[in-house]
Design a protein around this ligand. Sequence first.
Ligand code: IVH
Length: 759
Amino acid sequence: MLDEPTIADADYDRLMRELEALEAAHPELATPDSPTRRVGAAPSGGFAPVRHEVRMLSLANAFTDDEVDDFVRKVVERLDVAEPLFSVEPKFDGLAISLRYEDGVFVQGATRGDGETGEDVTANLRTIRAIPLQLRGKGWPRVLEVRGEVYMPRAGFEAYNARARASEGRIRPLVNPRNAAAGSLRQLDPRVTASRPLAFYAYALGAVDGGALPERHSQVLARLREWGFPVSPLVDVARGEKGLLAYYARIGARRDALPFDIDGVVYKVDDLASQRELGFVGRTPRWAIAHKFPAQEQTTVVEDIIVNIGRTGAATPAAKLRPVFVGGVTVTNATLHNADQVARLDVRVGDTVIVRRAGDVIPEVVSVVVAERPRGTVPWTMPAQCPVCGSDIVREEGEVVARCSGELACAAQRTQSVFHFASRRAMDVDGLGERYIEALGEFGYLETVADLYRLTLDDLLEMKRRADERDGTVPETAKAGKVATKWAENLIEAIDRSRGTTLERFLYALGIQHVGESTAKALAAWFGELALVRHLPWPVLKLVPDIGDEVAKAIDAFFGQPGNQRVIDALLARGVRIRDAHPPTPKLRAALAPASVLERMAVPKLTAKRAEQLGAAFDSVAAVAAADAGALAEAGLPQDSATAVHAFFRTREGRVLASRTAEAVARLQAAVADAGEVQTGPLEGRTVVLTGTLSALTRDAAKDRLEALGAKVAGSVSKKTSFVVAGEAAGSKLARAAELGVDVWDEARLLEFLQAHGG
Ligand code: IVH
C-alpha cells in the first residue's frame, strides 16, 4: 500500500543521512536517481501532474543541540549579524501541499511530489474546510501560492479508528495520523477525502505575482492569517541560539498534549532578504532547519512474546524487543494489550515491528513490517496456563481479557489480593500498607493471605529492615529500634484482632471476581456457613436473588481452584473464625425444589415451564438426570425437549453438573432441615397448585401464605400434587386434577384453612 510505511521514519532519516555521508565522501558513487536527489516521492500516476513554478523544498534536520549550534553559527557568519531573528514553528507531521490562488480564488492544489512536479489534488483539497476557497480581506497578490501541511488531528484519527474497529473489517483502520492524511489526499473519489477529518496549517509561500508582501516571514504568516488561512498559534519569533533551544524545550514539553502530531520544530531566518542571500544547498535551504524531537516510532525485532499477570489476574501479552531508542528512552518491552490485539496485528516472535512510545504512555507495537518476516514464524496464541503459578488461563465468552484463575495462589496477584484482604471493609488489618505487603512478598514471608496469620514479630522487624535498606530509608535516630518494635507489635495485634470476622467480610476479603460487599452479604445471609458456601455449584448460587449467571460462575470457578481451597483451609487452621455462622435461611427450602434448581442449570430446551413439569414429576435433580427420554416425555415434556434434556445429562459436562448440584442440594436441604425442625408448617412437604381467579386475595398473596405454612406452590398438576385450589373460571389444570384424581379445594376451603392456621 502506497501510504503504509515499510520502515519507521526514524530509520528512514538515519539511512538517508548515511547515504548522504557516503555520497559526500565518494561523489563518484552517487547515482542520478539516488534518493538524496529527490524530495519525497515521485507522482504516483493517478492524478494529473502539476509542475511547481517555485520548487517545493525540504528541510535539513538537526537532532542535537550541537547541530543547531552549527546551523546558527553558519547563518551568523554568512549574514554577519550577531543575533539573527528566527521565525520558530512546530514541525507538523502531515503532508506538504501547495495551494494556488488567482485573484483571491482557489484554483489549484498539489502535493509536493518530487519537489518539481506534484499531483493535482484540487478536488480533494476543496473538501477540507480549513482551506479557504476565496480569500478574505484585500490586498492579496494576483497570483498567490500558499504552502502548508494537511494533517489529521488526533481526535479525528482516534474517532475514525474507533469506527473502523467497530466495522468488523469493512473499514480499515489508519496506521497513524500522518499516513492517514497522506492516504486521504490520494483518494480518487473526493467524497472519501471529505469523510476524513483533515485540517490544514499554512507556513510558507510559493510563487507570488502582482502585489507587495511584508519583509519578514513572521509578518507574511500574520498576513496569511488575515486572508483566511489557519496559522498555528504556536508560531513565534526567537532570537539567537538560546531563543531557539528555549522554544524547542517549550514545545517539546507540550508535545503530547497537542491536538495533533508534531515531530519537531522548524527554525527559519525571519528576514526574507536574508533568506534570499543565504540561498540553497542541494534540496534544502541554508536559512532553515528542522530540529527533531526524539522519534516516537522505531522499528525493532520481537524477540519473544510473554504474558504478564496483573493484579486481578488479567493476562496481558507483551513483546520483548531488541533494545531500541524511541521517544527518548531505550525500550525493551511493549504492550500488546490483549490476545485480540495480537491477532489483529498478527505479531509473531521474530517479526520486525514498528514500536511507538509517546510521552509517558506505555510503549506499544503499532504494526508489523510483514515484508521483513522471517520464514517459519507462527501466529501467537495465549498460553493455557499462567506462567507464574501454572493455573488455567481462562477467557470467558464475550470477554476481551483472559485471566489467570490461580487467584490467591498466584504470586503475581498476591500483593494486590493481600492489600484487598487486609483493607478496612474486608478483614480490617490496621496498619498494613502496600509497601510492606510488597516487601513481605518479595522477601518470601507472604505466599498467600493465609501467611499473614503466621507472621512473627521477628519476621516483621526483619522484613522492615530489609525494605528500609533496599529503599535507602534506614532511620538513624537512637530510638528507631523502639519505634520499629512498637510498629511490629501493633501490626501483630491488628492481625490477631482480624482473626474473628463475619462471613460477609471473609467472603468479600477473598477478592472473588464480581463479589463485592453486597454479593458477599447475600451469600452470607442465604447460606450462613463457610463450609457450605465454599462448595456450591453455580446453579445453586443462582438461587440467591441478584446473583446471575456470570457472578455465580465466577464464585464457582474461584472455589473450584484447589489453590484457593488450600488458602481457606490454611486461614482456618491459623485461627480465622467466622463468628456469625448460622444455618441457611429457611427461604432455601422452597428455592431448593427440583424445578427451581433445574431451571437455573441452563439445560438445553428446558424452559422454566418445562422445569416446573419435571419438578412435579421427579423428586430430585438426580432423578431427572438419571431418567431416560421416555420418562421425561411422560412427565409432559415434548419429544424434542425430552431428547435434548436426556442428551445433556449424558454429556460429561451435564453429568458433572448434575452430580455436583444434587450433592449440594442434599447438603443444603439437610442443613435447613436441621435448623428448621421446630418450625415446620402444617403444609410441610405438600405441593399445591393454584388455578383460576380468587376473589378474596391475589394469586401472589395466596402463594405467600401457603408457603409460609410450609407448602410448595407449583405451576402444573401432576401425580405428586397434594391438592389444587380452584378459583373462578379454572381451566385445564382443574381438568388435569380430575383426571389424576387429585384433591380440589375451592376458595372458601382455602380461606378457612388459612384462618385456622393463622397463615
Ligand atoms: S517549511 C523550504 N515549515 O517539513 C522549507 N515545513 O522537510 C519548506 N513541515 O515538506 C518547508 N512543518 O512537509 C516548513 N512549519 C513548517 C513545517 C514544515 C512541517 C514539513 C513539510 C516539509 C517538510 C520539510
